[in-house]
Write a protein that binds this ligand. Sequence first.
Ligand SMILES: [Zn+2]
Length: 244
Amino acid sequence: MQLSNQDLSQIDEDELLNLPEEELRYLSIKLLNDLKEARERLSQNSRNSSRPPSSEAPWDKAATDNTNDQEQTEIDKSAETEDTVTPPSPSKKDQQQSADPNNEHQEPRKPGKQPGAQGFGRTQKLAITHYQDHYPEICACCHQTLEPRHAIAYAAYETINVEWGDVEHPGILVTHTKHTLYEVVCANGHITRKEVSRSSHAQLPGISRTEWRLVGPGLAAMIVCLAYRMRLSRERIQEFYMTG
Ligand SMILES: [Zn+2]
C-alpha cells in the first residue's frame, strides 16, 4: 500500500477539487495502485476465489481477511518476543479495536506485554549505542518535497543486533539502536509520516516482514543458525546469550 490509513484520512472530495493538477496526478497514481492491490487482496482467499482452503494460512481461516497496516503493526509488535508462544486469538479483539486511527479518543494499545499474555520481558537494559532518525522526504498526498527541520517525532523503537567485524576490526559487535520516526506537514497541510519498511511474500498472505523489531537481522540470523544448523534448543540458545 502506498497511502497509509493516516494519509487516506486526510484526503476528501474538497481536497481533490482544490489540488493543483500535477499533485493530483501523483496522488491519483497512488490511489490507483492501492485500489488494485486492495482488490487483489480481496480476491485472495478460498471463500471468494479459486484458491483451495488448504492453501490458506491457518491464521487466516478463522479470521476475515481485512488486515490493514495498523493491525499488522500490532501483530508485529506482539510477535517481537519470538520465544513467546502466544496464541493470536485472545488479543485479536484488541487489535481490531485499535485498528482505526481516526478514533482519537481510543486508548492506544500499550506497548509490550498485554494483559493476560504470557510474558518474557527483557531482563537487562542495554545502553543505546546508535541513534537513527527517519524522516519522510515527499508528501504522500501531493508529492511536495518536505523539510526535515519541520519534523515532529511520533514513534520510536529499538533494535538489538549483532554485527560481524572485518579484517581491521575482528570479532562481533552488539549494537542497540534507537530508531525515531518523524512526521512532517507540507505546505498544503498534509501530514506525512515516515513508516517503517514492510514487505510481504505471495506464499504467506497476511504476514509482513518489517523493520520494527527488537531483534535485528544479524541477531535473528544467528538465532536461526543456532537453532537449525547447530540444533540447539531454545533453552540452550537463551543460555548462550545470557552467558555470552
Ligand atoms: Zn501535501
